[in-house]
Design a protein. Structure first.
Lengths: 400, 425
């Protein structure tokens, strides 16, 4: 690993996290310290979902007009971005926000389920099904729905609501997009191409089209709640969870000049892909861990494993080989796809910040005594993409 | 000749390009049509157009795809332009590109043919709901669609085929995506992470719903007859953009690396600038501040004064709003030169290739400098007195250009400008 100037260290100075466990750092740590799964078993039965906590939207999205222009995934993201800016003491500082960069990991937006269903029901009976489709899309789709669907409009709404306008990039590609976003943000800061960046994403799991897509891949867990690693023995499967997560990442020099207290340092982010032939993902992960200083660099691992059959089985066997305590973030938050890696990083930064990892979430996980020296965060996408980050304490003398 | 720029950074050059638009496949066909004022816009035949307000587009209909869908078309177009770019650059070995992949891709979702098939499989007579579709999906064999309609699927296919290194990064900054992808490649080479990067922008997502969505925002031209007359950037009677498809690929490389292997340098990516707009979801700040900041940042990144720029490849969509705001920005940045600086819009001929526009138009900007010929803005029949610019009306014009700027401004307020140079300084 190259030694970089400490001034260019990427530090986490703001965390905005919302999920089924609640809102903000304290709520998440408290919920993880006394873990009880938060599950909605009925809305999408036989599947489960981790529902978003109740949000007082007005606190982060004051204009009702703005709220109306968004679908839930965008509201979650804009809300979490607002929390992150608050946490970084950057909210409402136009001079700072107008040069703040932004990278959002996004999927797609929601659909009008009633319109879809009505058209699908009537099309086969129509004289000219194609003309029927044209006619009804034209007359039944809400014109502004498009803006609530477009992947880049989460970023657009953050610019509008919070005024983050230095730059705006949206990355796509399921779990890997969250890791790509973190990687590019940190690499740009280390290289002096950026000073401060808002990074993250959001996912609304409580939507039929998300279930429809994953049902085509037979990816979903059905039946009573079982934690991620224990699920594996019963065939695996993913439980989706609604999450919004944004981080403010800035150079040490910039954070120092602003007088903000960093929460943690990102010592490295590595991303890669493979075709997932047996052993390939583990080989990627092994290279990443080695490049980040080997197992000695961290006290434990927070994994963003989805629970999906193949990948999570291989990840578990790889992590067992490291001999470090492991936590599966998705056991508590659910699988949130794009923001799953940023959210796991957020949990790592919170744990590092308070000097204590949260307790095991299931019997397969072992306790960690004492303050973690560093935490690896892993993301093996359900289908593609392997990423590892190392999160360590932020103090200036604490270089690992 | 130094290998580093005015800030001591690695100079990034282009050593290969590939292009497909509705004008045709490949550099030669495209450049010939573009500089002869040919329009690629035509009546839509891909799907029935009954009941639509806009019945024209720049679809790419000459590339066969086995199981058509937006991601399938996007991937196939990307494969072809990457092959052309790699052949020109002669970099790496087949299936082993020595650097990362940065893509501009449209968002992906299940489409109506798939939804209809799922509905048929659900076999519900009355009151069909998403619950029925989900049950049908779970019971049936739709696994190929699961992969095809993942956002990561096009990138995975390209990375796998061309052997690019690392995680393929797919950007979506609406109509600025192509510019963002180029900027990501430039930044990676400047950071010293790689000697070369593959950049591809591809968009082939014209289907009934995508067309209707833009139609409902009143963004599209409804001048359906004749189709070739619809895209009329900067004309007083412009009434919207024309959706189109296409793909562009660039091999970016450090100058030192290109020189060491004896590659032909086709042009230089001298600087990139970006700025977001917090004003409105579909409209630009009325003061043009983000557009102005974007162009100024690109010039500063390139280390050039506005006077050095000899040509602007405009975003020039042909919507009343875009062209007016782009002119406000250009007038502020270029001052009294604005009226005499050639500013043309490729979109008058190829339409708006959306996600791919930034890469396609950067490539055309490189050809403009390389061949010393400014592509025209066609359909410029009625000048707009509010936009007193030289849009190279209707006929191509020879000109020597050393530095040019390519503008991309997106819905959602994402703006990227790229400054391109004829040769290393």
């Amino acid at each position: 690993m190259t030694i970089m100037a400490p001034d260019r260290d990427p530090l986490i100075t703001g965390i905005g996290l919302i999920s089924c466990l609640g809102e903000g750092e304290n709520a998440h740590l408290a919920a993880l310290d006394a873990f009880v799964p938060v599950i909605d078993e009925t809305s999408f039965a036989p599947y489960l979902v981790h529902p978003m906590t109740n949000l007082a939207l007005d606190t982060q999205i004051p204009k009702r007009g703005d709220q109306r222009q968004m679908e839930p995934w965008q509201r979650f993201g804009v809300y979490a971005a607002g929390l992150a800016l608050d946490s970084a003491k950057a909210k409402g500082d136009p001079a700072l926000l107008e040069r703040m960069d932004m990278i959002v990991a996004a999927g797609g937006g929601e659909r009008d389920y009633a319109v879809d269903a009505a058209i699908l029901a009537a099309m086969p009976k129509a004289d000219d099904p194609d003309a029927y489709l044209n006619e009804h899309l034209l007359s039944d789709l809400r014109p502004t729905l498009f803006l609530a669907q477009l992947s880049n409009l989460l970023a657009g709404n953050i610019s509008i609501v919070h005024g983050v306008i230095g730059s705006s990039r949206t990355f796509m590609g399921e779990e890997a997009s969250g890791a790509d976003a973190l990687y590019i943000a940190c690499a740009r800061i280390e290289a002096g191409q950026s000073e401060i960046c808002l990074v993250g994403g959001s996912f609304n799991a409580q939507r039929p089209d998300a279930f429809l897509h994953d049902a085509m891949g037979h990816a979903l867990w059905r039946g009573p709640f079982v934690p991620v690693w224990s699920r594996e023995a019963q065939g695996g499967g993913t439980i989706l969870g609604s999450v919004g997560c944004f981080l403010v990442i800035e150079s040490r020099a910039h954070a120092r000049a602003r007088g903000v207290t960093p929460k943690a340092r990102i010592a490295g982010v590595m991303t890669d892909r493979c075709r997932r032939a047996p052993g390939q993902a583990a080989a990627n992960a092994a290279r990443q861990i080695a490049a980040l200083g080997g197992t000695a660099a961290a006290s434990a691992v927070i994994s963003a494993a989805s629970g999906g059959a193949g990948a999570t089985a291989e990840e578990r066997s790889f992590l067992d080989g490291l001999g470090l305590p492991v936590r599966a973030a998705s056991t508590a938050l659910g699988n949130s796809v794009e923001p799953s890696f940023p959210a796991a990083i957020a949990l790592a930064a919170m744990s590092i910040g308070r000097g204590k990892l949260f307790p095991p979430l299931e019997p397969a996980e072992t306790p960690l005594e004492g303050a973690p020296a560093g935490l690896f965060v892993t993301s093996w996408g359900f289908w593609r993409g392997e990423a590892t980050a190392l999160v360590v304490p932020a103090q200036e003398s604490g270089r690992g | 000749m130094a290998d580093t720029d005015h800030l001591g950074r690695t100079i990034v050059v282009v050593t290969g390009t590939g292009i497909i638009t509705s004008l045709g496949q490949g550099q030669r066909e495209n450049w010939h049509a573009l500089t002869n004022g040919v329009s690629g816009i035509h009546r839509i035949t891909r799907f029935p157009i009954g009941g639509l307000r806009t019945t024209i587009a720049g679809t790419v209909d000459f590339i066969p795809v086995a199981e058509p869908s937006a991601p399938a078309y996007a991937q196939r177009l990307a494969e072809l332009v990457v092959e052309e770019a790699l052949a020109e650059s002669a970099i790496g070995r087949p299936g082993d590109f020595p650097g990362p992949l940065f893509m501009a891709l449209p968002p992906v979702e299940l489409e109506w043919p798939q939804r209809r098939a799922l509905a048929a499989a659900a076999a519900v007579n009355d009151g069909l709901s998403y619950t029925d579709l989900i049950r049908a999906a779970d019971r049936g064999h739709f696994e190929p669609w699961f992969e095809r309609f993942l956002f990561g699927s096009v990138g995975e296919g390209l990375a796998s085929r061309f052997g690019t290194k690392g995680s393929p990064i797919a950007t979506s900054t609406a109509c600025a995506s192509g510019g963002t992808a180029i900027q990501l490649g430039v930044e990676a080479i400047r950071r010293g992470e790689c000697d070369a990067a593959l950049v591809v922008g591809t968009d082939a997502s014209i289907n009934p719903e995508s067309l209707i969505r833009f139609s409902l925002l009143s963004a599209l031209s409804t001048r359906n007859d004749p189709p070739s007359s619809a895209a009329r950037p900067f004309s007083k009677d412009r009434d919207g953009f024309v959706m189109a498809e296409g793909a562009g690929a660039l091999v970016l490389e450090s100058l030192a690396h290109a020189r060491a292997r004896g590659a032909v340098v086709l042009g230089v990516v001298e600087g990139c600038g970006e700025a977001a707009d917090g004003f409105h979801r579909t409209r630009s700040s009325p003061d043009g501040k983000p557009i102005i900041a974007c162009m100024k940042r690109a010039l500063a990144d390139a280390g050039l004064a506005p006077d050095a720029i000899g040509y602007v490849n405009a975003h020039g969509t042909g919507t009343p709003e875009n062209d007016r705001m782009e002119w406000v920005g250009i007038a502020a940045v270029f001052g009294e030169r604005s009226g005499s600086l050639p500013i043309s819009s490729n979109k008058s001929m190829i339409g708006h290739t959306l996600t791919a526009a930034g890469t396609i138009e950067a490539i055309f900007t490189l050809y403009t400098m390389r061949y010393g010929l400014l592509p025209p803005t066609i359909n410029y029949d009625i000048p707009d007195p509010a936009l007193p610019l030289d849009c190279v009306p209707n006929t191509a014009r020879p000109a020597k250009v050393a530095h040019a700027i390519s503008n991309s401004f997106g819905f959602g307020g994402q703006n990227v400008c790229v400054v391109l140079g004829f040769e290393p300084r």
